[in-house]
Design a protein around this ligand. Structure first.
Ligand code: G4P
Length: 526
């Protein structure tokens, strides 16, 4: 197979949802279709349930699972699918944002009873920003859910995206009869007792065919005809190009746990989902077909065995072909690196690979040289953009409680924040270290890991901070004098970029108004 053929048969995507909407269940069904797993129950949920927030064994167990399920590769109809896992727990939202930089499209799962939920809203905002194509899967049709039109309206309004149903439910809950695929023009019947097999699809080219009455009864046949008519008039014709541009999201209905509507979703996905897309460095657009290899690290996972400090860096191949045992250029560190055991992920299994193509995710053993966002190339001095840190929401001072272990504490903080568990800021005035996160859970994780992996102890002291804003100015003198004037509120991030620590929305606003020459940024890349 040529490199071009390899690129064109790859689809790299992520499933996003609010916890409990059915992401894990859908993942499992997709893997079953791909033959990547043999039985239901093989994919363990990596969600950290609310009651488990203080249970470190649980956190460790979850970390173990999440290494295994971070990337799941499988083949379906000649297409190589790379499914990237995203943590559902909102405290790990940063992790999810970063994973979204490595995908080319997204399937969003929505619970038909609950509709749009807070986590879906946040995640979709990131997709919208990047114009990532989204397919919507409305799940749990076997439950008494909301009216499908109402759900679509809510998705459009709340998530600010345009939708186009490609399948349509017939009844819901106890009355759920099946779905009509507007994409393939067939009726798929639901039989809860006898978990549906693909053979249960009845192909009907004409929606007026009496076949429909025979299968779902007169009343539902009529409702289906009326509703599909409304769909055809209200919603635009589905144009795959518009979906690829991120302008419209096709919608499917089904029930993941019953494996219903999942095959239709997957069949459509392999047809319409984007192949690996270009990415941007600080210098240029990098196309997958470019000859020279390049890629970036979007996730780092520490070994769960504390005796081994090594980590796995997850790299997305953006262009060229990655080869085992070849020297590559680590741009930030300005040095050559060679990898003799890069791994690919096929479902829960890792295997050493010789080559990887654009769209693929590979695991590189890392002894501490990688940070999230790092670029590898064949020599080009350029760095991929679009993997920014966002302002954290919760801030705490770090207090060292074992001065004999200061070195270990510093090293631990450095490495854990390289992994992206939290962000580290250092106040310029007194060198005090501040950790910033999006959820409280990370503080427990960090404290626990510092102890068990580095032998260091610390406590956290709350600080009343609203935001950390990266600051810049076209006028260096003005920036320097602002930094001097506000020295009590200035810190540097891990890359030594200056950050303004705003105590409240009001102080931030005042600082902005009084300093029109200073730019305040919500993220580290601007
Ligand atoms: P998540 O990864 O998005 O957090 O959700 P997950 O797949 O774990 O699903 C959350 C719950 O919803 C699970 O039930 C799962 O069985 C159920 N579920 C998924 N799809 C459907 C569906 O189509 N219909 C119905 N009725 N339920 C569905 P649970 O009780 O939390 O876990 P379990 O004991 O069933 O594993």
């Amino acid at each position: 197979m040529t490199v071009e053929q390899e690129i064109n048969r790859r689809k790299t995507f992520g499933i996003i949802s609010h916890p409990d909407a059915g992401k894990t269940t859908l993942t499992e069904k997709l893997l079953l279709f791909g033959g990547a797993i043999q039985s239901a129950g093989a994919v363990k949920s990596n969600k950290i349930k609310k009651h488990a927030t203080s249970d470190f064994m649980e956190i460790e167990r979850q970390r173990g699972i999440s290494v295994a399920t971070s990337v799941m590769g499988f083949e379906y109809k000649g297409i190589k699918i790379n499914l990237l896992d995203t943590p559902g727990h909102e405290d790990f939202a940063e992790d999810t944002y970063r994973t979204l930089t490595a995908v080319d499209s997204v399937i969003m799962v929505i619970d038909c009873v609950k509709g749009v939920e807070p986590q879906t809203r946040k995640l979709l905002e990131v997709c919208r920003m990047r114009k990532t194509p989204v397919i919507v899967f409305i799940n749990k049709l076997d439950r008494e859910g909301r009216d499908p039109f109402e759900l679509l309206d809510e998705i459009e309004k709340e998530l600010k995206i345009k939708v186009r149903p490609l399948s349509w439910p017939i009844g819901m809950g106890k009355q759920f009869k099946g779905v009509y695929s507007l994409f393939e023009k067939n009726l798929i019947l639901f039989d809860a007792g006898n978990k549906l097999k693909a053979e249960n699809a009845i192909y009907i080219n004409d929606i007026n065919s009496a076949e429909i009455e025979r299968n779902v009864g007169e009343r539902f046949a009529q409702i289906l005809r009326d509703e599909t008519e409304i769909i055809e008039t209200v919603y635009p014709v589905f144009e795959p190009e518009e979906y690829l541009k991120g302008n419209i999201s096709p919608v499917f209905f089904g029930s993941a746990v019953n494996n219903f509507g999942v095959r239709e979703l997957l069949d459509c996905f392999v047809q319409i989902a984007p192949t690996p897309q270009p990415r941007y460095t600080d210098l240029k657009e990098v196309k997958p077909a470019d000859k020279q290899f390049s890629g970036f690290v979007f996730k780092i996972h520490a070994n769960i065995d504390p005796k081994h400090r090594d980590r796995i860096a997850f790299l997305r191949v953006c262009s060229g072909v990655f080869e085992r045992n070849k020297n590559y250029y680590h741009v930030r560190e300005n040095r050559q690196l060679k990898f003799n055991n890069p791994t690919a992920f096929m479902a829960a299994e890792k295997s050493i690979i010789d080559n990887a193509y654009p769209g693929d995710i590979i695991g590189l053993y890392d002894t501490g040289v990688f940070k999230i966002g790092d670029t590898l190339t064949e020599g080009a001095k350029e760095s991929f953009k679009g993997i920014p840190s966002f302002s954290p929401e919760i801030f705490r001072y770090v207090n060292n409680t074992d001065p004999m272990k200061t070195k270990q504490l510093n090293k631990g903080l450095e490495q854990l924040t390289d992994e992206g568990v939290a962000q580290l800021f250092t106040k310029t005035l007194n060198n005090r270290k501040i950790l910033g996160t999006v959820g409280v859970l990370q503080f427990e994780v960090i404290q626990h890991r510092l102890k068990s992996e580095y032998g260091a102890s610390c406590t956290f002291e709350p600080i009343n901070l609203h935001k950390a804003c990266w600051i810049s100015s076209k006028d260096k003198k003005k920036l320097d004098s602002f930094i001097l004037e506000k020295s009590h509120h200035i810190a540097i991030d891990k890359d030594s970029k200056p950050v303004f620590l705003a105590e409240s929305a009001w102080t931030l606003q005042m600082a902005q108004e009084k300093n029109p020459d200073i730019e305040f940024h919500n993220k580290s890349e601007f």
